[in-house]
Design a protein around this ligand. Structure first.
Ligand code: ADP
Ligand code: MG
Length: 292
């Protein structure tokens, strides 16, 4: 590609909120046949709100919320932000936490008022030897609606659950329709529960879903698709997505996401509007046609 035509393409992209960092990304975009897309913060707004707090034992709901919010003070995950905002809205004040940990893709744990607490997905509690059978049955009902549900364990048994709902971006449906029409294979990738993921995917007409994926496995899934001979674009917003963005033929970061994601990607969609992907492919085709 000639430097001049690349410059024109990059300039047109920038005017449309599509920042193209390198010539390679612009050259490869037209060849992309597969889009791997993160759910939270990429397909959805990434600003979930607390939609339910339920007790599954003796503790009142406000106490479930207080303990959960206390733990989440130490986390920057969108789930943490929504639980803290929910607690504040209900006038619930948080307590201090000792022995805090936050294993990525699982949840948070710590000691509050001398009680050992775990808050996170079912697998996280199960790994700690906690029986989640009854809690999961209730949680699954909420997950069918697309909510993300986290369980709170107090002293070794499940005490309650919290559900957070993250709306799909206004622009997502149209963006995916365009890409499907262009013949792209679309794969949704998420650390979230299988049922919540399936509910969101069904709403968007996505039929390939990889759920309950640990952060370190996101890049591996991209590599696997490449090994199958696909030309893969990966769209994501989080720290967790950075290795997968770097592994893809074209990494596409949300400008609304983390700096690390943007540094790992060849393309940034300034406002996180996924319609920019179809647009960027058109730019790529026009640029490359100009050169040929
Ligand atoms: P995503 O791919 O949706 O961004 P993550 O890999 O960050 O998901 O997290 C996967 C799952 O781990 C979440 O759906 C949630 O169940 C649990 N989790 C992660 N961080 C937290 C947290 N701070 N509090 C509660 N649960 C969490
Ligand atoms: Mg995300």
């Amino acid at each position: 590609a000639t430097p001049m035509s690349i410059m024109v393409g990059v300039g047109r992209g920038a005017a449309a909120g599509i920042l193209i960092r390198n010539a390679e990304a612009l050259e490869r975009l037209e060849k992309v046949d597969t889009l791997v897309v993160d759910k939270t913060g990429t397909l959805t707004l990434g600003k979930p709100t607390l939609s339910a707090v339920e007790t599954l034992g003796d503790l009142p709901e406000d106490e479930i919320l207080r303990l959960a919010a206390s733990l989440e003070r130490g986390s920057e995950h969108p789930i943490a932000t929504s639980i803290l905002a929910g607690a504040q809205a209900r006038g619930v004040t948080t307590a201090s936490v000792e022995n805090f940990t936050s294993p990525a893709g699982k949840g948070v744990s710590g000691t509050v008022d001398g009680r050992r607490l775990l808050l996170g997905n079912s697998a996280f509690l199960r790994e700690a030897g906690i029986d989640v059978t009854a809690a999961d049955a209730r949680a699954d009902t909420l997950r069918e609606g697309g909510a993300t549900v986290v369980l709170l364990a107090v002293g070794g048994s499940v005490a309650g659950l919290l559900a957070v709902s993250d709306p799909i971006k206004d622009t997502t449906t149209e963006a995916l329709t365009r890409l499907r029409e262009a013949g792209l294979h679309i794969v949704m990738l998420t650390g979230d529960n299988r049922r919540s993921a399936a509910a969101v995917a069904a709403r968007l007409g996505i039929d390939a879903v990889e759920a309950e994926v640990l952060p370190e496995d996101k890049a591996r899934i991209v590599q696997r698709l490449k090994a199958e001979g696909r030309v893969v674009a990966m769209a994501g917003d989080g720290i967790n997505d950075a290795p997968a963005l770097a592994a893809a033929d074209v990494g596409i970061a949300m400008g609304t996401g983390t700096d690390i994601a943007m540094e790992s990607a060849g393309v940034t969609l300034v406002k996180g509007d996924l319609r920019g992907i179809a647009r960027a492919r058109h730019l790529s085709r026009a640029t490359m046609a100009n050169i040929r």
